[in-house]
Design a protein around this ligand. Structure first.
Ligand code: MLT
Length: 267
């Protein structure tokens, strides 16, 4: 459904029985909420499941830019306020994890658990920032389609690319919906995001850190470290998956997420 939230038209869905604990799903860059379809199906019997397209991606509008990571967090808070959701578990993959970590830093009491998937709490180093600038240039020069095609082999495990080509096609379709300005804006926001290790250590709630075994962008060692930093952390490696572990191995991902959420339910 499209609704004006924090000054943009935002595409979101809220499924599952009213009154059940809320789980909000935040997608990676530059995908859309469609990447969570298997998780929505698995969760919506026992949870109220919220997912939405981050601004500039999927069917959501972009609004005036530039914007920083704070704007993406403001969007999340505005959507939760609009839906009168006082408490949610955040599940964020990659860029969605950056938004989740900063949201939990700003208002930890609002989130009963954090599932951090194929993501990291570090801010970008200089090389990564320079890489973001190069990515913006290549989007401007070659367009979003060429950029997305070049990104695919870094996102998916070799076996996903060869044995499940439909996963690549789904991702390309989602990336095809993102606006060029939306991608450029998100890249700049990611380059400018803050380090969230301090607040990860302070966060009192349960934390799940998940990574695809073959994730090149946020490898399992990064997730393992985040789980160790958290007060109540657990780490799960997803076999046969790269950076988009929820799409590449939905069975193992769903099992890990469901086990975690059921163990973490607010009392
Ligand atoms: C993502 O999947 O959201 C991106 O890989 C995040 C990033 O570029 O840091």
């Amino acid at each position: 459904m499209l609704q004006t939230i924090n000054g943009i038209r935002m595409n979101y869905s809220l499924q599952g029985p009213a009154g059940k604990p809320v789980v909000a799903l935040l997608h990676g860059f530059p995908f859309s909420s469609d990447m969570w379809k298997d998780q929505v199906l698995a969760l919506k019997g026992g949870f109220r499941v919220l997912c939405y397209d981050l601004r500039g991606m999927g069917k959501s509008g972009l609004g005036p830019h530039p914007q920083l990571m704070e704007t993406f967090v403001d969007d999340l808070f505005a959507l939760l306020d609009h839906l009168k959701i006082k408490s949610a578990a955040l599940t964020g993959l990659s860029m969605g994890g950056y938004v989740a970590l900063r949201a939990a830093e700003r208002d930890p009491a609002r989130f009963w658990a954090l599932a951090l998937c194929d993501t990291r709490a570090d801010a970008d180093g200089d090389q990564a920032k320079i890489g973001r600038a190069g990515a913006i240039k290549s989007i401007r020069a070659g367009g979003t389609k060429a950029f997305a095609k070049a990104m695919l082999p870094k996102l998916l495990a070799p076996q996903t690319l060869s044995l499940r080509p439909e996963v690549g096609r789904e991702l390309l379709k989602m990336m095809g919906q993102a606006k060029a300005d939306g991608m450029a804006n998100a890249l700049a926001a990611m380059a400018g995001r803050s380090d969230t290790h301090g607040s990860l250590k302070q966060y009192h709630g349960p934390v799940l850190a998940v990574a695809g075994k073959l994730d090149l962008l946020a490898p399992p060692s990064v997730a393992q470290d985040m789980a160790q930093e958290a007060r109540q952390g657990r780490f799960v490696e997803i076999p046969g998956a790269g950076h988009v572990s929820n799409l590449e191995n939905p069975e193992a991902f769903n099992q890990a997420l469901m086990d975690f959420l059921l163990l973490s339910l607010p009392s």
